[in-house]
Design a binder for this molecule. Structure first.
Ligand SMILES: [Zn+2]
Length: 374
């Protein structure tokens, strides 16, 4: 690779000869003197048409480019004028500059990139949030992390896990933005809808299935049907697993429970039906949920009557989940990443460094810099 090719790459110029590079110590700037290839010279800067030359314009010009390491960079070149049949006498085109700019394209690109991402862009379009707490240090040190539910990005993180911590976030967000948020704490966000994580709801039912199973096994023992009890004992994983994850053998087990243990099979179906409620979601999910509650109450399984009662106390939040299809799965994924970060953060004196790293890596910055492929 030739030297000039390297320099063209460094200064972000094409169709150009880099004639000389100097460090101007007075201004502490690197100045690259460049010259366009002759087939690129004398083109109109508005339409890129090859035009007859006019004059030297205001002579040599400089444009500021992105810094090179810690040094500022300027490109210097002739800026003659051409006479375009359509645009009249205009400055000749130089490919690394947009017309009338004192900065190179790369420099402008970099500024635009910073402007886009450095501001509070992370809260733009925020509608649904998930809030999680994470321990980042031994001895009850917590961060409260707010995640954009739609993108999975970290929107904000703060030290502590009290209501006041979260309050800081809402204060930063401002009243107008709070109105658009559809999750979390009602007192802080009057418009907020609290959602229930489907995973938790289904976990109640899964636990109930297990309790029913243990109870029926014990009943069988007590009534002297030890053999049947032994058979039922091996059913645990088959019953707790979701059907799509069951092995062929486990599916056979569930089928045999259907024949031999009606109560346990009902419990299994109730759990599966509750899963279905969230799978379907929306209005259909709400209808299924109403049917599920009736079925659970009628089931004569005290474990499921209890689950039904809990579901009813949380019904509003569950209905919100169905309506807005929320689950904490996204913020959980972010939490997994945070836990990895925190493992390396035990040496940090303050949580700020961790917060900064977390928001940088999970804040959704799509870092494309000049000279890098998107
Ligand atoms: Zn023109």
């Amino acid at each position: 690779m030739t030297q000039s090719k390297v320099w063209r790459r460094v200064f972000g110029v094409e169709h150009t000869v880099v004639e000389k590079i100097e460090l101007v110590e007075a201004t502490d700037k690197i100045v690259a003197h460049v010259r366009l290839y002759s087939n690129r010279a004398n083109r109109c800067s508005r339409c890129d048409r090859k035009c007859p030359g006019c004059d030297q314009g205001s002579g040599r010009r400089r444009w500021q480019g992105p810094d090179l390491g810690t040094a500022k960079v300027e490109l210097e070149a002739d800026a003659p004028r051409v006479s375009c049949p359509e645009h009249g006498v205009v400055v000749a085109a130089v490919p690394w500059v947009r017309p009338k700019s004192g900065f190179t394209r790369d420099f402008e690109q970099l500024c635009a990139w910073l402007a886009k991402y450095m501001q509070n862009n992370r809260v733009a379009g925020l509608r649904r949030i998930g809030v999680d707490e994470i321990s980042y240090k031994k001895g009850h040190h917590y961060l409260t992390v707010v995640v954009d539910h739609d993108t999975g990005r970290i929107v904000w993180a703060g030290e502590g896990r009290s209501k006041d911590t979260l309050k800081k976030f809402f204060e930063l967000l401002g009243e107008e933005r709070c109105k658009k948020i559809a999750t979390v704490v009602e007192e802080l966000c009057p418009q907020a809808k609290r959602c229930m994580d489907p995973f938790h709801v289904v976990a109640w039912a899964t636990k109930a299935v297990d309790t029913v199973r243990r109870r029926t096994v014990n009943d069988l023992h007590r009534s002297g049907r030890g053999r049947a009890a032994a058979d039922s004992k091996g059913t645990r994983w088959a019953l707790l697993k979701n059907p799509e994850n069951q092995t062929g053998e486990q599916r056979t087990t569930v089928a045999s429970i259907k024949r031999t243990n009606g109560k346990l099979y009902t419990a299994y179906l109730l759990k599966e039906q509750l899963r279905e409620v969230f799978k379907v979601g929306g209005d259909a999910g709400k209808k299924l949920l109403a049917g599920w509650l009736a079925w659970a109450y009628r089931s004569q399984l005290p474990e499921f009557v209890a689950v039904a009662r809990t579901v009813e106390t949380q019904r509003l939040a569950i209905r919100n989940t169905l309506e807005y299809s929320c689950s904490n799965a996204r913020s959980e994924a972010t939490n997994t990443h945070l836990r990895q970060l925190t493992r390396g953060a035990y040496g940090y004196r303050s949580p700020e460094a961790l917060i900064a790293r977390a928001t940088l890596t999970r804040g959704g910055l799509d870092v494309v810099l000049p000279g890098r492929a998107a």
